[in-house]
Design a protein around this ligand. Structure first.
Ligand SMILES: C[S@@+](CC[C@H](N)C(=O)[O-])C[C@H]1O[C@@H](n2cnc3c(N)ncnc32)[C@H](O)[C@@H]1O
Length: 218
């Protein structure tokens, strides 16, 4: 995908490198969150063309790495990029959907969903929640999604979305409500963070939730 988590207003103004810098920062924040959990086995759900997988493959902490995506094209790109980096053997790629996880996706310490939930029909989010937090129950889950409160700083009008394929974009209060609800329903704690330059009024362009299974922290 050309513009993961795309910030189209920036791109339209020719600030593509800023967008890419934000994605780099976002991936760094996800890796940092994973490091805090000590996870060795990680599944990246909605892995796209493999940007996070490439980072994980270059880090000895991560011993078992799998990427899942509905897009065969994205998976093929991920495969080529991993091969080019000499990391193909470190990563398993699987075609599948968040709403219907492949049976092989089990036994992972952590799952990541980077700029992916907003691509899902909001009507199926509860299905994803049950499959991931209810059935799979990894020790940790890291979710990132655009912060709609920040969109005004991209010159966007209310209700406008950063990418045509986004089914929704949430502000900080809405994301916090969803994340705390998920955590309470499934026995997790959640730590909410901003990624990217923080504006006093609108927060950061990306929001990140680090969920940890509560019993692991007791
Ligand atoms: C914006 S891209 C993010 C890719 C990657 N996580 C990254 O940040 O570089 C969103 C990805 O979610 C995938 N996707 C959308 N719906 C999905 C679903 N139901 N299950 C799994 N992946 C999905 C898309 O194919 C796409 O690769």
């Amino acid at each position: 995908m050309a513009h993961p988590g795309g910030e189209p207003a920036l791109l339209l103004r020719g600030h593509g490198s800023e967008t890419s810098a934000l994605h780099e920062e976002r991936l760094g924040a996800v890796v940092q969150a994973l490091r805090e959990t000590g996870a060795a086995a990680v599944v990246d759900l909605g892995c796209g063309s493999g940007s996070l997988l490439l980072r994980l493959a270059g880090d000895a902490q991560f011993e078992r790495i799998t990427g899942v995506d509905t897009s065969a094209v994205a998976l093929e790109t991920a495969r080529s990029r991993l091969a080019e980096a000499g990391s193909e053997g470190r990563v398993t790629l699987a075609h599948g959907s968040l709403t219907d996880l492949p049976p092989a996706i089990d036994g992972f310490d952590a799952a990541t969903l980077v700029e992916t939930i907003e691509h899902i029909d909001p009507g199926t989010l509860s299905q994803v929640e049950r499959a991931l937090f209810g059935a799979l129950r990894p020790r940790a889950v890291v979710v990132t999604t655009p912060n709609a409160d920040y969109n005004v700083l991209y010159g966007m009008v209310p209700g406008e979305r950063r990418h045509a394929d986004h089914r929704f974009e949430w502000g900080r209060a809405r994301f916090a409500r969803w994340a705390t609800g998920v955590a309470e329903r499934h026995g997790y704690t959640v730590d909410l963070r901003g990624v990217g330059p923080a504006d006093a009024l609108h927060g950061s362009p990306t929001q990140l939730a680090l969920f940890r299974r509560a019993e692991e922290l007791a």
